[in-house]
Design a protein around this ligand. Structure first.
Ligand code: NAP
Length: 455
């Protein structure tokens, strides 16, 4: 069995294999291009290519805090409270999240031993005759290639690693810096600058706030389909889609123009699995349920139901979704899902039904409900915590809080679904919190719980 990459999805697969059978039934090898686990949660100053000339896959930035409440993504058996020994504020900076993930992974001793680090997968091909997959890889550090055979392959590279960079009239001669969000590293760089953010989804919303927080002089977000419509703090505004650039000027669809210094494209990501042979390659745009995947996981286009894709759905539940999906895949492979002996026709019908439902989704609440059903379906098959889907209500509240005030939604407190403990308030508002380190964050929680006990 092979897992392609050791990010949150792939690590969930390794974790669940180790959990289900004590690591005895299946021999697992994981290939990871980076020198460590964690996928996009690893911050690197690099953009473009890495030290080996390979494309940098993680579009992580220095001061990122989660944009969703941690209560909606925590592992049922390993809460944030269990990890840090105390309740911590609702939204967490990147180092806290990575530390939490690592805490979970380290519960299974020796998980890293089955990971081939610094090794990039070049090609995966299915062999009809032997009912196996041939996988070609390169060890980047040693600059050597190898070929191995596997019975099962889990592709867990995620869907946010290859930036989508459309063209805009005049952008090539725009007299300022232009970059995709994937290459955004540090908001401090944009202090005093006038920014134009193209598009209005999660990256746009987060980078706009982040840059304002770190001193950008103004931010315009330009929308194609509809504006985000949040009550923005002073300094951020929305305008209809950019039509062209001339010199330093941006011309908008409503006839207005603005002088700007920097253009940041937040135009999303392309599904990219270049290492998969044609018939095995998932092709999709961003979707809550890409086609051709039984239970959102088993590839139905070839590979005899022994090829799996993880985390290819747009995400609300993120880590929880990866975890239940990983558990489902592990149990499926081990034949431990009750009544799971569907014909290819039945699997295709099931996948089509989900895709059809997905096509009816109209707003974020529909999306949340849909993903809740997905988690519920996989949970019922596997015995995953039925409480996980209680995150639905928190996600609704989170959306509501964002609508109320996009600048303060990270300052709200929820209770953990699994412990019932309410997260303490951070001592500073997100807009005023400039220390993202684990120690600072944990200390805040400590001081808070002390003062709460004293009051
Ligand atoms: P996204 O959600 O896929 O949004 C892409 C945007 O690009 C959409 O608004 C789309 O507009 C627009 N677009 C695409 N092509 C365009 C074109 N040719 N012209 C104009 N507009 C175009 O991507 P994302 O915002 O980068 O988010 C990706 C993931 O990263 C999400 O899961 C998000 O939660 C995560 N993220 C997390 C954080 C955090 O935790 N702090 C921060 C940033 C991102 P239409 O709506 O018009 O199609």
């Amino acid at each position: 069995m092979c897992v392609v990459v050791a990010g949150p999805c792939g690590m969930s697969a390794l974790w669940n294999f180790a959990d289900i059978d004590g690591g005895n039934e299946v021999d697992v090898t994981c290939y990871e291009r980076q020198s460590t686990w964690g996928g996009l949660w690893n911050y690197s100053w690099r953009t473009g290519t890495d030290e080996y000339g390979e494309p940098c896959q993680a579009g992580m930035y220095k001061h990122l805090w989660s944009n969703g409440p941690k209560e909606c993504i925590e592992f049922p058996d390993y809460t944030f409270q269990k990890h840090l020994g105390k309740a911590i504020p609702l939204f967490s900076p990147r180092p806290v999240l990575l530390d939490y993930l690592e805490g979970h992974w380290k519960l299974k001793e020796g998980l890293s031993k089955c990971i081939k680090f610094n090794t990039v997968v070049r090609h995966v091909q299915y062999n009809e005759a032997g009912d196996t997959f041939t996988l070609e890889s390169t060890n980047l550090a040693a600059n050597t290639s190898s070929t191995e055979k596997f019975d099962y392959v889990i592709v867990a590279v995620g869907i946010f690693n290859t930036p989508h960079i459309p063209g805009f009239l005049g952008i090539e001669t725009f007299e300022g810096r232009k970059l995709h969000a994937h290459n955004f590293r540090d908001a401090v760089e944009f202090k005093g600058q006038r920014l134009l953010i193209i598009c209005v989804s999660y990256s746009a919303e987060d980078l706009a706030l982040q840059c304002l927080k770190y001193g950008a002089s103004s931010v315009i977000c330009t929308w194609r389909t509809k504006p985000m419509g949040f009550k923005w703090p002073k300094g951020i505004e929305e305008k209809p889609l950019i039509q062209k650039f001339t010199g330093k000027k941006a011309h908008f669809k409503d006839g207005t123009t603005e002088e700007i210094d920097v253009v940041i494209l937040c135009t999303g990501y392309l599904y990219s699995f270049p290492f998969m042979e044609d018939g095995l390659r998932l092709k999709s745009s961003l979707s809550m349920f890409p086609a051709n995947l039984y239970k959102g996981s088993v590839w139905l286009g070839g590979g005899n139901n022994k090829l799996f894709y993880m985390g290819t759905q747009d995400q609300y539940y993120t880590f929880t979704m990866f975890d239940v999906q990983a558990l489902w895949i592990c149990k499926y492979i081990l034949g431990k899902i009750p009544n799971e002996s569907k014909s290819l026709k039945e699997m295709k019908e099931s996948a089509e039904k989900w895709v059809k439902e997905c096509s009816k989704l109209k707003n974020c609440h529909d999306d949340i409900d849909f993903q809740t059903e997905f988690i519920k379906d996989l949970s019922e098959d596997t015995g995953f915590s039925p409480d996980a889907i209680k995150a639905r209500d928190l996600l609704y509240t989170w959306e509501h809080n964002k609508d109320e005030n996009i600048a303060t939604y990270r300052d709200q407190c929820f209770s953990s679904i699994f412990t019932g403990t309410k997260s303490p308030k951070h001592t500073a508002t997100w807009m005023q919190a400039f220390n993202d380190s684990i120690s600072a964050f944990a200390k805040v929680a400590e001081e808070k719980s002390h003062s709460q006990k004293c009051s």
